[in-house]
Design a protein around this ligand. Structure first.
Ligand code: THU
Length: 130
């Protein structure tokens, strides 16, 4: 199953009763494992979490840390664009050249990379405190 197919499958379980905008994300790590995540909204709207954040949480809970590839899918007119916060979250665990495929449920796709999504990411390079 392709990474996008995994994102499409988990998306069915997204909990988005307030926006009605279900999103699925899938991450493949450098060790070859695949993790899915969906957006989980809350009646207190700011408490909702994005699909990408869910996939990252599943990856970390499994003891995996390095992202090799990302796919995100939504029922949108154009391929879904990860929010700024998720771009920063993804950049924590993947190099700039990590391929990211953004998709729509009707089959449109757009290929990009983490660096293209977030030029000038705030990284650990700024944090040498030794
Ligand atoms: N959302 C994601 O989960 N990922 C994205 O890449 C874009 C937006 C969610 C957040 C919220 O639950 C809904 O989509 C509408 O913004």
């Amino acid at each position: 199953m392709s990474l996008m197919d995994t994102a499409r499958k988990v998306r069915e379980n997204a909990y988005a009763p307030y926006s009605n905008f279900k999103v699925g994300a899938a991450i493949r790590t450098t060790s070859g494992n695949v993790y899915g995540g969906v957006n989980v909204e809350n009646v207190a709207y700011p408490e909702g979490t994005c699909a990408e954040a869910g996939a990252i949480a599943a990856m970390i809970a499994a003891g995996d840390t390095r992202i090799a590839e990302v796919a995100v899918i939504a029922d949108s007119p154009i391929p879904v664009s990860p929010c700024g916060g998720c771009r920063q979250k993804l950049a924590e665990f993947g190099n700039g050249d990590v391929p990211v495929t953004l998709g729509t449920t009707d089959g449109k796709t757009m290929s990009t990379t983490l660096a293209d999504l977030l030029p000038g990411a705030f990284t650990s390079d700024y944090m040498d405190r030794t």
